[in-house]
Ligand binder design. Structure first.
Ligand code: S3P
Length: 440
C-alpha cells in the first residue's frame, strides 16, 4: 500500500492517539500470568499487540474482545502456561517476542518462535544470553536470530545481569524470567529505560525495587509471587503522539491538543528536546491512571532552533528520533543527535534510513559515528518516494515531512503503520493534513 502526503497549512483540533504499545503488550502478558480475570481498557489494537494476543492464546490464556480497546483476560498464573501446539509468530513485534521469551524461559516446555522479515533480522542474543544463564536452552539461527526454539525450566536460577545497553526489552525479559526463579533476580542497566514492567508488576503484588547505584540503574524482583488480576487502563502512546505533535509544531499557526498521553518521565525525552528547540508545548489536566502519569498535551506552531541532544537522553526518547530528525529539518541550525547506535537494530536500520530519506527529500544530513546531524531549515523540499522497509515509524515520519515541506512524499509499504497506529492517516487528515492512498 502506498500513501502520499501533500503539503498542508496549519493543523487544528483535538485528537486522541491509540493506546501505548509498550503498556498494551505488557497488560496482555501480565494478565495472562495473573490468577483470574483481568480487564484491559484502551488496549492498542495494532498488529504488534494482536500478535502478542494470538501467541498468548496459543499458550492457553483466554482473551476476549468486549468492545473497542476493551478486553477481558483469564490468566493461568505464574508458570501456568501450556505448551503451544504450533509456532508462535510475533510478526513485527520486538517487544512481543522478547518479553514472551522471558516468560517462556520459566516454563518446562519447548516453544518455537518467529516473526516477519524485519523481526527475523533483529538481534536476539541480548535476550537469550541472560535467559540461558538462568537455565533456559535456546537453539537459534545464525547470529542468534529468529526463528528459534526455546526450552524453559520450572526451576530457573536467579541471576544478577549487567545489561550492556539501556533496554526495557532486555530488562523486562530478565525480570519476567525472574518471576519464575526462587529468590532475587537483579538487572543493572547503564541508564534507566522505561519502567512500565516494574510499575505494573508492583501493582499486581510482585516485590520490585529500583534504584540508582554506583553500577547504574538497578532493578530487583523477588521470584514466585502470586500476581493479582488487574483493571489495566492503557494511556495514549506518547510515541504515536509524536507525529501529530511535530506536524503541529512546525506547521505555522497550528493549535492541536493531544489527549491522555502517558507522561512517564522515562518516555518524555522528546518533549524536553522540543521545548529546548523553542516548541510551545504545555501539559494540562495532569493525572494518574492505573499507575502511569497521564496528561493532555497542548501544541502550538513555533519557530524551532537546532539543539545538541545528549546521548544520555536516548533511552527516554529512543523511538522518537525519526520524527525528531524531521523536526530538525525545519529548525534553524544543525541539530546533533548523539549516541544513536541502538537505532541500527530497530524495526529497520533507522539511522541509515532516516539519513537516506532526508537526503532524498533535499534535507542536509550526515552521520558521524553514532550521531545524526540534520541542518535546517530546509528550503523547498523535493518530491520523494520512500520505502518504509517494515518500519512504521519511518513510514509516519516521512508522511509528516511530506505535509510540512514544499513537495509531496510517497511512502511505499505504508501498511506497516498498522503495527502501532491504526487510523494514522484519518487522524492526521482530521486536523488538516492531506494523506491519501495512491495506486502504484
Ligand atoms: C520497548 C523498548 C524499546 C523501544 C521499543 C519498545 C518496550 O526497545 O524501542 O519500541 O516496550 O520495552 P529497547 O528495549 O530495545 O530499547
Amino acid at each position: 500500500m502506498q500513501l502520499r502526503a501533500a503539503p498542508h497549512g496549519a493543523l487544528r483540533g483535538d485528537v486522541r492517539v491509540p493506546g501505548d504499545k509498550s503498556i498494551s503488550h505488557r497488560a496482555l502478558m501480565l494478565a495472562g500470568l495473573a490468577v483470574g480475570e483481568s480487564r484491559i481498557e484502551g488496549l492498542l489494537e495494532g498488529a504488534d499487540v494482536m500478535a502478542t494476543a494470538e501467541a498468548l492464546r496459543g499458550l492457553g490464556v483466554t482473551l476476549e474482545r468486549r468492545g473497542p480497546g476493551l478486553w477481558r483476560a483469564l490468566g493461568c498464573g505464574v508458570a501456568g502456561l501450556a505448551e503451544p501446539a504450533t509456532v508462535l509468530d510475533l510478526g513485527n513485534a520486538g517487544t512481543g517476542v522478547r518479553l514472551l521469551m522471558g516468560i517462556l524461559a520459566g516454563h518446562g516446555f519447548t516453544s518455537f518462535l518467529t516473526g516477519d522479515a524485519s523481526l527475523r533480522r533483529r538481534p536476539m542474543r541480548r535476550i537469550t544470553e541472560p535467559l540461558q544463564a538462568m537455565g533456559a536452552e535456546v537453539l537459534a539461527r545464525s547470529g542468534g536470530r529468529l526463528p528459534l526454539a526455546l526450552t524453559g525450566r520450572v526451576d530457573l536460577v536467579p541471576i544478577t545481569y549487567r545489561s550492556p545497553v539501556a533496554s526495557a526489552q532486555i530488562k523486562s525479559a530478565v525480570l519476567l524470567a525472574g518471576l519464575h526463579a526462587p529468590g532475587r533476580t537483579t538487572v543493572i542497566e547503564p541508564l534507566a529505560s522505561r519502567d512500565h514492567s516494574e510499575r505494573m508488576l508492583a501493582a499486581m503484588g510482585a516485590k520490585v525495587t529500583s534504584a540508582a547505584t554506583a553500577d547504574g540503574w538497578t532493578v530487583e524482583i523477588e521470584g514466585e509471587p502470586e500476581l493479582r488480576p488487574q483493571h489495566f487502563v492503557v494511556p495514549a502512546d506518547p510515541s504515536s503522539a509524536a507525529f501529530p505533535l511535530v506536524a503541529a509544531l512546525v506547521a505555522g499557526d497550528s493549535a492541536v491538543t493531544i489527549e491522555g498521553i502517558s507522561v512517564n518521565p522515562l518516555r518524555t525525552g522528546l518533549l524536553t528536546t522540543l521545548r529546548e528547540m523553542g516548541g510551545d508545548l504545555r501539559l494540562a489536566n495532569q493525572r494518574e491512571a492505573a499507575g502511569e502519569p497521564v496528561a493532555d498535551l497542548l501544541v502550538k506552531g513555533s519557530a524551532l532552533r537546532a539543539v545538541d541532544v545528549p546521548a544520555e537522553r536516548a533511552p527516554a526518547m529512543i523511538d522518537e528520533y525519526p520524527i525528531l530528525a524531521v523536526a530538525a529539518a525545519f529548525a534553524r541550525g544543525t541539530t546533533r543527535m548523539r549516541g544513536l547506535g541502538e537505532l541500527r537494530v530497530k524495526e529497520s536500520d533507522r539511522l541509515a534510513l532516516m539519513a537516506q530519506g532526508l537526503a532524498a527529500c533535499g534535507v542536509e544530513v550526515a552521520i558521524e559515528g553514532d550521531d545524526l546531524l540534520v541542518t535546517g531549515p530546509v528550503g523547498a523540499t523535493l518530491p520523494a518516494t520512500i520505502d518504509a522497509q517494515h518500519d512504521h515509524r519511518i513510514a509516519m515520519s516521512f508522511l509528516v515531512l511530506g505535509g510540512l515541506g514544499a513537495a509531496p512524499v510517497t511512502v511505499e509499504g505504508a501498511e506497516t503503520i498498522l503495527t502501532s497506529f491504526p487510523g494514522f492517516a484519518e487522524l492526521m487528515n482530521g486536523i488538516g493534513a492531506a494523506i491519501l492512498e495512491v495506486s502504484p
